[in-house]
Design a protein around this ligand. Structure first.
Ligand SMILES: Nc1ncnc2c1ncn2[C@@H]1O[C@H](COP(=O)(O)OP(=O)(O)OP(=O)(O)O)[C@@H](O)[C@H]1O
Ligand SMILES: [Mg+2]
Length: 467
């Protein structure tokens, strides 16, 4: 998919027109150049270095054209300040032919390219296009490096309930609605946030994940919104995660940890699509899709006052609940097969294993309190080079699962001896209630798991008051 494209109105990245800041002290040049550039860019001009820096602070720019010969500040200083505020925004130096040496020096100091003062629009356009492409690569590299190192999982699902969720997602993915993902730890909220980004038109732009719980509470504000020099002791001009997610997706997980003052700023962004850096009062317009996630009970957080009412009502609208793994048993075997394949490959083992009936039933009957994460690490830690020699994987190949299943059996052995009728009634009640819970009330899956007919299950669930 191409990165930039030309529309009748101008030169666009994605659906946004490119914002260009032109800094020069020569008013007639500013006027003439912006006339030419206007056809293709959103141009803001700034007369002199200080005004240039001010303008850069108060709006979002995709690219800067900077003249080095400024009366109020040295061009190198302006360059340095801009790069300090946002190292990813390309700066192109405007230069007279006599100044090539200076331009080269500017490149050494972080400028991205240079262009003569009597530039040709076509050449400039090409330069900007290339620079924006590498800029995106640089950001992606910085922010997704850890993800790439861990090699992201494919999104695996087979259960009815997950299929329904994906169908729902497909409907809303390009409406640019903000989404709240809820579900127990390890159910796949991070992976789904990624999936949403990739299903959307924003897929070529940045996906910036931020785990709020991993940031000191008093730094969440500056981390998300950036800072302006002097905002607090040692504060420097720094770009926040919001600006890095421009045109893309910002994923905020563990939102129970968001301080109230930041909730207010987020609410403001959701309403007006504008942020302010810490220490500044100038708004910066941004186009960012937000995805939130929490493994806590969000309604409870609201009642406890951890989440502000107004923030809660604004984000709880498009809520996606990812059920725990034990309630979507149809996903367990496909996930297990996927992880077995993935981690066997690390040992160079390429094989389609058979799974023994006992192993399958153990996988299905364990309740996976750590959800998919637990299943994945259980498999990851069990794979051995010796698997190369076997064709069928059995329960004893997975010591962790083997021991939790043993514990379960032992627990079951310790039951009190009661009259048969009572024991049968109790067993039925707990068996069918558990079954109902695990399949999320889906009769078809319940029938598959239990081997009982759908008709019979319908009757039992009814008699137990479950449906
Ligand atoms: N449907 C899935 N297909 C493949 N892998 C999955 C799936 N769901 C989860 N995983 C994997 O399980 C692990 C845990 O998932 P993830 O980090 O997305 O959980 P989470 O819901 O964000 O948990 P927490 O609330 O603890 O942050 C990850 O390695 C993820 O890739
Ligand atoms: Mg997570």
């Amino acid at each position: 998919m191409s990165f930039c494209y030309k529309t009748k109105k101008g030169y666009n990245i994605g659906k946004m027109k490119v914002n260009l800041l032109l800094i020069d002290d020569d008013t007639s040049f500013l006027k003439d150049a912006s006339e030419i550039l206007k056809a293709d860019f959103n141009v803001i001009t700034a007369e002199g270095g200080k005004k240039g820096i001010n303008a850069f602070q108060s709006d979002y720019f995709n690219v800067v054209l900077l003249d080095l010969m400024l009366p109020d500040m040295h061009g190198f200083e302006v360059l340095e300040k801009i790069k300090e505020m946002n190292p990813f925004v390309p700066v192109i130096i405007i230069t007279g032919y006599a100044d090539v040496e200076k331009a080269v020096e500017a490149m050494k100091r972080g400028a991205d390219d240079f262009i003569p003062k009597d530039f040709n629009l076509g050449v400039l356009r090409e330069k900007i296009k290339k620079l924006l492409e590498t800029r995106d690569l640089k950001i992606s590299h910085k922010f997704l490096k850890s993800e790439l190192e861990h090699e992201r999982n494919e999104f695996i699902y087979a259960s009815e309930v997950m299929k329904k969720i994906i169908i729902e997602l497909e409907k809303i993915v390009n409406l640019d609605l903000d989404v709240l993902l809820v579900g127990e730890t390890g159910v796949g909220k991070d992976l789904m946030a990624r999936q949403i980004h990739e299903m959307s038109k924003r897929r070529d732009k940045n996906f910036v994940p931020v785990n709020i719980a991993g940031i000191e509470p008093n730094l969440v504000d500056s981390e998300l919104f950036g800072t302006v020099k002097g905002a607090f002791t040692d504060a420097i001009n720094r770009v926040g995660r919001f600006e890095l997610a421009q045109n893309g997706t910002l994923y905020l997980s563990e939102i129970a940890e968001i301080p109230h003052n930041v909730q207010i700023k987020l609410l403001y962004f959701l309403q007006y699509k504008e942020i302010t850096r810490v220490g500044s009062n100038k708004g910066i317009k941004l186009d960012v899709r937000l995805i939130f996630a929490t493994n806590a009970d969000i309604e409870k957080l609201r009642k406890e006052g951890k989440i502000r009412d107004d923030f809660y009502y604004r984000i709880a609208g498009t809520q996606i609940y990812i059920p725990p793994l034990r309630e979507r048993v149809d996903d367990i075997i496909p996930l297990a097969r996927y992880f077995i394949k993935k981690y066997c490959l690390k040992y160079g083992i390429k094989k389609d294993f058979e799974l023994s009936e006992e192993l399958k039933s153990a996988l299905l009957s364990y309740h996976w309190p750590g959800n998919v994460r637990e299943l994945e690490s259980m498999i990851m830690s069990s794979i051995r080079p010796e698997f190369e020699m076997v064709d069928e994987l059995r329960l004893e190949h997975f010591p962790y699962l083997f021991s939790v299943i043993e514990d379960l059996k032992r627990g079951k052995d310790e039951f009190e001896f009661k009259p048969y009728k009572i024991a049968e009634r109790e067993f039925k009640k707990s068996y069918f209630s558990e079954l109902f819970k695990r399949v999320g009330g889906d009769i078809k899956s319940a029938s598959k798991v239990s081997g009982l007919s759908q008709k019979y299950l319908q009757r039992v669930f009814k008699s137990l008051g479950l449906i």
